[in-house]
Design a protein around this ligand. Structure first.
Ligand code: MN
Ligand code: MN
Length: 453
């Protein structure tokens, strides 16, 4: 009678450790080099080009074809076209932005002989996580003449790193709420302390500006037109005596970007299949590079037009109606030290495989995207047939959790959408943990679904 029960087991009991480790080492290289959405788009474009994908502007309507389009260097969509688009598509959509700390547009100040950079955090963070850890500055500064200067400081061994420093415990004995203790306006990055000379006012700030000018040719006003992020400087590492986890910054959600990209490259079947890498998910999918935007629809319209469809809007609706989307985003795996936030029967466990989330949202499914039973059945059947380890998981108890993904924005367009991704421990922290098994099973799941949905 045991087989009547739905139970999951640790994947370590079933999988070849070698296979899991091989995939993990590729991922560790990726996640170390892709800490921002721009870096990830660049990485994806390089791989896609190497694999024979061409820019959509070069697509002539032929089948099969491999095309992609990047958008404003911050988002990307790629597709293997294997038939007319009106036959529908299998898509895996993820996001490539992660919680981080941004520099303000006029960042540099001097106070008490220390030069500081003012910041504004991005996405849902626990502010205290970002104090007293080594940070890198990554991004671009664009000069008035349009010249773009790439900044990457803190990533190589010879670079300095940067720190947002907290108060020492000796002078901080008041037992305040964390929200009182860790204020956004105190998240100031220490830039330096050497004065330029004895005469100038703000001589330390001036010296920092001199160093920036020597290294990058920028002046203070140029920082107004910049996308500069602070991200953890530390490297991804294997975690635990048994090395079962990978610790890294930004698993959410570049782990799904990577696994879906590799899955797309390796997948083959007669279906149209693609991936979308969105920006701005962490702040509500806003803007022209987030999932609320139109760039990926433009990509589909271009393909339809090249395939000879004149009434592009009509046929786009038809294509989307026959489209399945895996909203590929991370979920939470139970941290045994904080397990009371979960309903154990509906929570994911590290190492038990990719997590199917039938619906997001909380408190009466507010703001949810929910997969239809029919789609869940199909997904389950494919994963079981292909031997992919999966489990179910919701983000916390009914009236506790919640959290959105890109799912609902794609569902609005008419596609069938389901949320799936690996479970993390310490999600949205500077050092998130993922089980190597869940990384590998996510890749296997996306590949199986791209080919077979
Ligand atoms: Mn996410
Ligand atoms: Mn997130």
């Amino acid at each position: 009678m045991e087989e009547l029960k739905f139970q999951t087991k640790s994947g370590w009991l079933k999988l070849s450790t070698e296979e899991v480790d091989r995939f993990a080492s590729g991922y560790i290289k990726f996640i170390n080099n892709c800490k921002t959405e721009r870096q990830t788009v660049k990485f994806a474009e390089e791989i896609l080009k190497r694999e024979g994908f061409v820019d959509v502007s070069e697509y002539g309507g032929e089948v099969p074809a491999k095309v992609y389009m990047k958008f404003r260097d911050k988002a990307l969509v790629a597709m293997k076209i294997n038939s007319k688009l009106t036959g529908g598509m299998n898509l895996v959509a993820s996001h490539i932005d992660s919680p981080r700390i941004d520099l303000k547009p006029h960042p540099i100040i001097e106070d008490e002989g220390i030069a500081l950079a003012k910041t504004h955090y991005y996405g849902g963070i626990k502010k205290y996580h970002w104090f007293n850890i080594p940070l890198s500055i990554i991004g671009v500064v664009v000069k008035e003449d349009g010249v773009r200067i790439e900044i990457k400081l803190g990533e190589s061994e010879d670079d300095p790193v940067f720190v947002i420093s907290d108060l020492l415990p000796h002078l901080d004995r008041k037992d305040e709420k964390v929200s009182e203790k860790f204020k956004a306006e105190k998240m100031n990055l220490i830039l330096g302390s050497v004065p330029l000379n004895n005469e100038e006012k703000e001589a330390v700030k001036l010296n920092i500006l001199r160093l920036l000018n020597e290294k990058y040719g920028v002046k203070e006003e140029d920082l107004v037109s910049a996308d500069l992020y602070l991200v953890p400087a530390f490297k991804a590492r294997e975690v635990g005596l048994d090395k079962s986890f990978i610790g890294a910054y930004g698993h959410d959600d570049r782990i799904c970007a990577y696994t879906s990209l590799i899955a797309l490259i390796e997948a083959s079947s007669g279906k149209n299949m693609g991936i979308i890498l969105f920006d701005k998910e962490e702040i509500g999918s806003e803007g022209n590079t987030g999932a609320k935007s139109r760039f990926y629809m433009m990509f589909f319209r271009k393909i339809l037009k090249k395939q000879g469809f004149n009434d592009v809007e009509f046929y786009l609706d038809e294509a989307l109606e026959k489209t399945n989307v895996i909203s590929a985003d991370v979920n939470v795996a139970i941290n045994p030290s904080f397990k009371d936030v979960h309903d154990p029967a509906n929570a994911a466990r590290a190492g038990h495989g990719i997590v199917i989330t039938k619906y997001t949202g909380a408190r009466g499914k507010a703001g949810a995207s929910e997969a239809r039973a029919e789609l869940v059945a199909k997904v389950r059947a494919i994963l079981n047939e292909k031997g992919v380890l999966w489990q179910v998981g919701n983000l916390g108890k009914v009236d506790v959790g919640g959290g959105g993904t890109v799912a609902k924005f794609l569902a609005e367009k008419g596609a069938e959408v389901i949320d799936m991704g690996p479970g993390l421990i310490g999600m949205h922290s500077p050092y998130e943990l993922v089980s190597k098994v869940d990384l590998y099973e996510s890749y296997k799941a996306y590949k199986a679904l791209l080919e077979n949905l």
